[in-house]
Design a protein around this ligand. Structure first.
Ligand code: C2O
Ligand code: CU
Length: 553
């Protein structure tokens, strides 16, 4: 067991993409940000120093933060933001996890440029449960705006209309094909150089703000081996679907002999909602190293370019099939520690709706309304003081209330024609769980403004996806079909467009844990809530006090 130290200097950096230079917020001037590497069991000590004029906080997405909730990172949930000129040390141990995760800013839309991979290697001398790869390559999908991303979010939250879509998607920060259209940015293409007859481990991360993505490599089959840093039963596919927040490890076996072609790596959105979206394809190149290409770097450009075929942008059938193929390994070495009994059942509707506007807003909805998003009709309002602090010091008054509804406030045909008079309420409401409660949540998409798939992310836990389906969840019939043998174990699950997903987790991690849609626009509109998990009775079941440098609001 070792302690690994990192220093994240948050600073501005000029970056040129799509022939335009803009100043973006970065970690250490790098875009995408630096890779954090650890082994299972290691302690990470990451000092974040804020040199920019924005408030900042960093979240370690998917890290369980067992009894280290102070290091989780979502602003106003587990900490107040790190202000200009201030610093905060994130200190946590990686317990019982190995695989790919990622870190990103967790305030406003700063994660547009503040993100990077977390690679957790297995303990020393512990092999992967799949062929040892020749090389490992993180591949992070993202979005690029020509405009300032803070301006994009302000436009969306002020008017309650869909935000301007990004100008390009990116692979490891590079747009690829859209760049090729301009001479000045023709080099902005991710290149993966491979040797024939080898196995590569691609660590896919979807860091896009608002788009679920299809990913594929022309003429190559991928073997999915891991999802959200949990090993899965390997399966082969030409196309991977990955939502914002999710990580997926795939094996790429290269052809036995270097073919006379260059293969396009492509990613493009899967989108089901009513809003417009950025439908640009980001591309990279898979190039085989041959003896001639080692001596003559130009030779590859003469090779024919083969492109993969991606599904239609709204192919919900592909999405449902792909998501149900993901199963935990569930073997003797890696058993599925799934709760077989449930102490508390919750039913949450998730989706878009309308909220009334305040006086000084120019709202674009009917009768002075704006688009909002809600869980059980509550659009979450960010508090001014971090919830974890208020909870820990017993000062909830004026910060949050514990009356988050456990069921929708009224019933309707969730996936049919919705009643037109539904106005969402707003508030900072949480749900309290006693230590070790076994929880089941059915998340039901609604079609109030339009059905849409929502990648729901839970902080502080992995959950098991015991069921998913289209239409309205049927509490009489559907539970009998739940997979209690080898369900996928993840931290982010797609609530299918016009459908539902059922998840289970054990509340064994005391603290305050955010749950939200990982589409940034929906989060901004209020599709979020928080759980409070109480301390257990034993000493080792309690959240320790905060570190001395915890930022103040
Ligand atoms: Cu990846 Cu709350 O976030
Ligand atoms: Cu959503």
């Amino acid at each position: 067991r070792v302690t690994r130290h990192y220093k994240f200097n948050i600073k501005l950096q000029n970056v040129t993409r799509l022939c335009q230079t803009k100043s973006i917020v970065t970690v250490n001037g790098q875009f995408p940000g630096p890779r954090v590497i650890a082994r299972e069991g290691d302690r990470l000590v990451i000092k974040v120093v804020n040199h920019v004029q924005y408030n900042v906080s960093i979240h370690w997405h998917g890290i369980r933060q067992l009894k280290s909730g102070w290091a989780d990172g979502p602003a106003y949930i587990t900490q107040c933001p790190i202000q200009t000129g201030q610093s905060y040390v994130y200190n946590f141990t990686v317990i019982g996890q190995r695989g790919t995760l990622w870190w990103h800013a967790h305030i406003s839309w700063l994660r547009a440029t503040l993100y990077g991979p977390i690679v957790i290697l297995p303990k020393r001398h512990v092999p992967y449960p799949f062929p040892q790869p020749h090389k490992e390559v993180p591949i992070t999908l993202g979005e690029w705006w020509k405009a300032d991303t803070e301006a994009v979010i302000n436009q969306a939250t002020q008017t309650g209309s869909a935000p301007n879509t990004s100008d390009a998607h990116t692979i490891n920060g590079l747009p690829g094909l859209p760049g090729l259209l301009y001479n000045c940015s023709a080099k902005d293409t991710f290149k993966l150089k491979v040797k024939p007859g080898k196995t590569y481990l691609l660590r896919l991360i979807n860091a896009a703000l608002n788009d679920e993505m299809f990913f594929s490599i022309a003429n190559h089959t991928l073997t999915v081996v891991e999802a959200d840093a949990v090993y899965v039963k390997p399966f082969r596919t030409n196309i991977v679907l990955i939502t914002p927040g999710q990580t997926t490890n795939v094996l790429l076996k290269t052809k036995p002999k270097a073919p006379n072609a260059t293969f396009v790596i492509a990613a493009r959105p899967f989108a089901t909602g009513p809003a417009t979206f950025d439908n640009t394809t980001t591309t990279g190149m898979l190039e085989y190293k041959t003896i001639s290409s080692l001596t003559n770097t130009k030779s590859n450009s003469k090779l024919p370019l083969l492109r993969p075929v991606l599904p239609k942008f709204n192919d919900t059938v592909f999405a449902a099939n792909f998501n149900t193929r993901i199963r935990s390994l569930a073997n003797a070495k890696f058993p599925a520690k799934l709760p077989k009994t449930v102490d508390k059942h919750f039913f949450f509707t998730v989706g878009l709706g309308l909220s009334t506007c305040s006086k000084n807003q120019s709202c674009q909805g009917p009768n002075n309304t704006k688009v909002a998003a809600a869980i059980n009709n509550v659009s979450f309002v960010m508090p001014n003081i971090a919830l974890l602090q208020s909870h820990f010091f017993n000062k909830s008054k004026g910060v949050y209330t514990t009356d988050f509804p456990t069921n929708p406030p009224f019933k309707f045909n969730y996936t049919g024609t919705a009643p037109s008079n539904i106005i969402v309420t707003s508030g900072t409401k949480v749900l309290v769980l006693p230590y070790n409660t076994s929880v089941e949540v059915v998340l039901q998409d609604t079609s109030i403004i339009g059905a849409e798939s929502h990648p729901l992310h839970l902080h502080g836990f992995n959950f098991f996806i015991v069921g998913q389906g289209v239409g309205n969840f049927d509490p009489k019939k559907d539970p009998s079909k739940f997979n209690l043998v080898d369900p996928a174990e993840r931290n982010t699950a797609s609530v299918p467009s016009g459908g539902w997903v059922a998840i289970r987790f054990i509340a064994d991690n005391p603290g305050v844990w955010f749950m939200h849609c990982h589409l940034e626009v929906h989060t901004s509109w209020g599709l979020k809530m928080a759980w409070i998990v109480q301390d257990g009775k034993q000493h080792n079941q309690k959240l320790p006090p905060p570190p001395f440098d915890l930022p103040k609001c």
